[in-house]
Structures are given as structure tokens and as C-alpha cells.
Design a binder for this molecule. Structure first.
Ligand code: FES
Length: 77
């Protein structure tokens, strides 16, 4: 079985990497996204992308902070 790697980027997207054909990305209507030629892609975690579910870099423009950092700030404020 192919290994798929998902990496949480600090204050950014989920980076998904795997052999072509090993990953299926399904929208809420049950349709498959065409991932042909995309062995790696980033999924938006901030909610600001205009190209969801993919990251378009908006997270850095809006100052998105991942939950892991936001929780640490609240606890240590
Ligand atoms: S995580 Fe990059 S645009 Fe949302």
C-alpha cells in the first residue's frame, strides 16, 4: 500500500504528498477532484482561500495562526 504523508504547516495549510493515484479528494457532492499530475498539494486550513479546498497563500496575508499556536498564546497570555 502506498504511503501518503500529511504535514501540518506552521500557521499554514495541510501539505498532502503521495504517489499519483494513491490519493482521492472528494468534494461535498461526492465528486472527485482531478489530481492528475499532482503528487503533492496543499489543503487550506485557514478558510480564506478562494480556491478551496486548495491553499492559495491567503493564510499569510490574513495572519492566520494555527490552533496549536493560538492555544499556546491564550494559555500563556
Ligand atoms: S491555509 Fe493557505 S489559504 Fe488557507
Amino acid at each position: 500500500m502506498a504511503t501518503v504523508k500529511i504535514t501540518v504547516r506552521p500557521n499554514g495549510p495541510y501539505r498532502v504528498e503521495g504517489p499519483e493515484g494513491a490519493i482521492e479528494l472528494i468534494d461535498p457532492a461526492g465528486n472527485k477532484h482531478d489530481l492528475t499530475g499532482k503528487p503533492a498539494f496543499s489543503l487550506c486550513r485557514c478558510g480564506g482561500s478562494v480556491n478551496k479546498p486548495f491553499c492559495d497563500g491567503t493564510h499569510s496575508k490574513i495572519g492566520f495562526q494555527g490552533a496549536e499556536l493560538a492555544v499556546k498564546k491564550v494559555e500563556g497570555s
